[in-house]
Design a protein around this ligand. Structure first.
Ligand code: UDP
Ligand code: MN
Length: 331
């Protein structure tokens, strides 16, 4: 169906890695739907090139500069920046129905049957099951609904500071009105649920169709040992029955995405997270010899960038600098 699409969002290069793996996982399971990614203006050119290969449409969204109603709402609620950007998916009126998926989700089976559902269908949130989790949801693009969502956002804000709070208070009959809008949990399985109800996971986990790496630490925050096929720094699983979704993410990333990134970066040095320590050193020294000194930023700005996953791995936050800092603490 040409007028149905899976949609995701990546405002920066890190979330873009998630979007790449998500698209590859949808394609590996032979989806017949279009794939659309909304990206922020800061996403680097080589990253966009890879997204262009994996997605049917790569659309740049810049709420801050758009000068439309979203912009006005944004001025009043600047703290809801990424949330406003996610709501942008309702403007994709070239499609009659879509499924939004967070960039930190991984598809394990064909899920095209989700398009049989109506707006707003979603799975329960493991933390508060009367709320839906907004990492996977079925919706119908509509300029009217988009406008209403923005007004709602601006007037009422978000009770959790993010898109999930806004969407749950807007679609506030989800918990009670129509059970067909409750997606089975296997369409949005988060690891939190695995640990909090392990027997259920052992019983039903093999039916999982979408894994959601929800929470602060995302797959791309780890590093991967491609020789031994293991994720570095990951704590041991409490159960041998627990399939290693994180490893699956990295296998897909290193085997399908990294080769595309290498092509599009060409001679430009970049880090994927699959390098050995020696390789990181090599790349860092290459960057130092090529790049002019970056502009100095305040330590507050630097902290903010770090927290948004935009560490300056090649410069100030390089492995060498971190090691020097650690050494000085240890001394
Ligand atoms: N997102 C983004 N840039 C950000 C934060 C979030 O593009 O800096 C998008 C991305 O698609 C992400 C979604 O918004 O998957 C929701 O955020 P996240 O997955 O971090 O929230 P969680 O699922 O952990 O609550
Ligand atoms: Mn998420």
């Amino acid at each position: 169906m040409a007028d149905q699409a899976f949609v995701t969002l990546a405002t920066n290069d890190n979330y873009a890695k998630g979007a790449m793996v998500l698209a590859q996982s949808l394609r590996n399971h032979n989806t017949s739907k279009k794939l659309v990614v909304l990206i922020g203006t800061h996403v680097a050119d080589p990253v966009r090139q890879v997204l262009n290969r994996l997605y049917d449409e790569v659309l740049v969204v810049d709420v801050l500069d758009s000068g439309d109603t979203a912009h006005l709402s944004m001025m009043k609620r600047p703290e809801l920046g990424v949330t406003f950007t996610k709501l942008h998916c309702w403007t994709l009126t070239q499609y009659s129905k879509c499924v939004f998926m967070d960039a930190d989700t991984l598809v394990l089976a064909n899920i095209d049957e989700l398009f049989e559902r109506e707006e707003l269908s979603a799975a329960p949130d493991p933390g508060w099951p009367d709320c839906f989790n907004s990492g996977v949801f079925v919706f119908r693009p509509s300029k009217e609904v988009y406008g209403k969502l923005l007004t709602h956002c601006e007037e009422k804000g978000s009770f959790d500071g993010g898109d999930q709070g806004v969407l749950n208070s807007y679609f506030n009959t989800w918990a009670t009105e129509d059970i067909s809008k409750h997606l089975p949990f296997i369409y949005n399985l988060s690891s939190i649920a695995i640990y909090s109800y392990l027997p259920a996971f052992k019983q039903y986990g093999k039916e999982a169709k979408v894994v959601h790496f929800l929470g602060k630490i995302k797959p791309w925050n780890y590093t991967y040992d491609s020789k031994n096929k293991s994720v570095k720094g990951q704590s041991q699983d409490p159960s041998t029955l627990h399939p290693n979704y994180l490893l699956q993410w990295w296998e897909l990333f290193s085997s399908s995405v990294v080769p595309m990134m290498k092509e599009s970066y060409g001679n430009q040095p970049f880090l994927t997270g699959c390098e050995s320590v020696e390789e990181v050193h090599e790349i860092a020294s290459k960057v130092h010899s090529q790049a002019p000194l970056p502009p100095q930023i305040s330590s507050k700005e630097r902290q903010q960038q770090w927290e948004q996953g935009q560490a300056d791995y090649m410069g100030m936050d390089s492995f060498d600098n971190i090691q020097r800092k650690l050494d000085s603490f240890l001394k």
